[in-house]
Design a protein around this ligand. Structure first.
Ligand SMILES: [Zn+2]
Length: 76
């Protein structure tokens, strides 16, 4: 009888009062709201750089232009 449903426990918790357990996505240090979701400007920059690098990666001979996209032909 001492069993408490999980949903009930969460329901009694106000939405605004959330335990800040957020950690930097790069170095796992406590997140600073200003740099969320990072702990510092440095981590933010590093992550952004990583995104940009992969975003601007130009496909070379790995992806032949045009030949990759093959439209289904109704060739009976
Ligand atoms: Zn960090």
């Amino acid at each position: 009888m001492a069993k408490k449903p999980k949903s009930s426990a969460e329901k009694s918790r106000p939405d605004g009062v959330r335990v800040t357990a957020a950690k930097c996505v790069r170095c796992k240090q406590p997140v600073v709201p200003r740099f969320r979701p990072f702990c510092s400007q440095r981590c933010s920059d590093l992550d952004l750089a990583g995104w940009l690098t992969s975003k601007y990666r130009i496909p070379t001979d790995d992806t032949p232009d045009g030949s990759e996209i093959e439209l289904p032909t109704d060739d009976d």
